[in-house]
Design a protein around this ligand. Structure first.
Ligand SMILES: Cc1cc2nc3c(=O)[nH]c(=O)nc-3n(C[C@H](O)[C@H](O)[C@H](O)COP(=O)(O)OP(=O)(O)OC[C@H]3O[C@@H](n4cnc5c(N)ncnc54)[C@H](O)[C@@H]3O)c2cc1C
Length: 373
């Protein structure tokens, strides 16, 4: 690691510590999905930590994906409320940068980097989750623009986002993967309805988004019309290759490590050592993915590998905490019992969101030859 990255790491760590000490957030498990605070995102923006890898001409920081990894790792360690900007920073901004026209980049990237525009991810539908090529939301040409009609489901934070990324069908083709197109949609546009779905924790982050003939200007198409499938599969390396697939339960791991006093059962110490050793390996894989992204590659299979191993790890943190401490999970409590409850309730989603384990394992098996290098 260069000195530059060490300095960046310390800056992010100091800021998270200050906000926490001032009582502006409490570390929680799964904060990258559940910790939504636009003021915290604005603070990140003021430091240039949203869009840190994007060119300066588009409001970015012009730094590497390794720098982004350092920022995200420190925020995840802190259990900080980053959900407002996470999706746009991780995936929509990079997709616009990679495939969007210069006009689309100029229109959106500086505003994302300033946390003035926030995005949700409109991929899944009731009949199209793992099988994304089955999307039924359509976009039809209408004069100089498009009209979108359909419904998306499980859309995290649609009710708090200004815009949505929407994958829609714009035509047929020989293969069912043909004819898909990616759009930016203004959630304040006429014809958009956002309905809440309450999750297992009793929280509202999921939504259903309904589009009834929603107008979208042509300049808001991301990339090529009909080429959405190729683009979306490349995007998956951004979606799956980060440390949020490893560190959703990190605040619990930290509380667990602190709870093991001198003289603790050797088996408990060993179990925590085992988790720490695995975390070191997973960080290494995330580091390699970031380096691949810096080299312009789309390491889709390596990202699938990280997501599968990482989400298994996240779940085992909760299992180990429960076994080793014997603590009773308490969603309304404090400290380890509260973190344990959060980890247990969030865990079922770890291996579903962003691609289920079965789908990832298929992808990994097919690409095994590429991984061994
Ligand atoms: C916490 C959370 C947040 C989410 N946020 C968003 C969001 O913001 N935006 C968004 O668009 N979506 C979001 N999702 C939805 C998520 O992407 C989908 O749930 C996921 O892709 C799985 O799709 P599905 O639920 O339709 O399940 P299905 O695809 O119906 O799968 C059901 C079961 O069948 C298995 N299966 C399916 N196909 C295969 C196959 N080919 N081979 C073997 N097994 C298979 C799956 O592994 C799974 O066990 C979120 C989900 C969760 C849990």
């Amino acid at each position: 690691m260069t000195d530059d990255l060490d300095e960046l790491r310390q800056q992010v760590r100091d800021l998270a510590d200050r906000w926490q000490a001032a009582g502006r957030f409490r570390p929680v498990c799964d904060a990258w999905l559940r910790g939504h605070d636009i003021e915290f995102s604005k603070e990140m923006a003021r430091h240039g930590w949203i869009g840190i890898t994007w060119p300066r001409e588009y409001g970015g920081g012009g730094r590497s994906n390794l720098a982004r990894l350092v920022v995200t790792e420190e925020l995840l360690r802190a259990g900080a409320p980053v959900a407002a900007h996470w999706i746009a920073d991780r995936q929509i901004g990079p997709a616009i940068l990679r495939y969007g026209t210069p006009q689309l980049r100029r229109e959106f990237l500086p505003r994302i980097a300033a946390a003035d525009v926030t995005f949700c991810l409109g991929m899944s539908e009731t009949e199209a989750g793992s099988d994304l090529a089955a999307v039924r939301t359509t976009a039809a040409r209408d004069g100089s623009g498009w009209r979108i009609t359909g419904a998306k489901v499980w859309t995290s934070h649609a009710h708090r986002s200004s815009h949505a990324y929407v994958l829609a069908r714009t035509g047929g083709g020989e293969r069912r993967h043909d004819g898909l197109t990616e759009f930016v949609v203004d959630l304040a546009a006429p014809g958009v309805t956002v309905r809440p779905i309450i999750d297992l924790q009793g929280e509202h982050h999921f939504n259903e988004m309904i589009f009834d003939d929603v107008p979208v200007p042509d300049r808001w198409v991301i990339g090529e019309v009909g080429q959405g499938w190729r683009q979306v599969t490349e995007q998956l390396s951004f979606e799956r290759g980060g440390l949020e697939r490893v560190m959703s339960t990190y605040p619990l791991l930290q509380a667990l490590a602190r709870s093991v006093a001198d003289g603790a059962e050797p088996a408990a110490v060993e179990a925590i050592g085992e988790l720490a050793a695995r975390l070191a390996t997973l960080r290494r894989i995330a580091w390699e993915i970031a380096a691949d992204l810096d080299a312009g590659a789309a390491p889709v299979r390596r990202a699938a590998l990280l997501k599968h191993l990482g989400t298994t790890f996240e779940r085992e943190v909760t299992e180990t905490a429960r076994r080793v401490t014997g603590a009773r999970p308490d969603p309304t409590g404090d400290g380890l019992p509260a973190l344990l409850a959060q980890g247990i309730l969030a865990a079922p989603g770890f291996s579903i969101r962003g691609g289920t384990t079965e789908v990832l394992l298929t992808l990994i098996a097919r690409g095994e030859a590429d991984l061994v290098r």
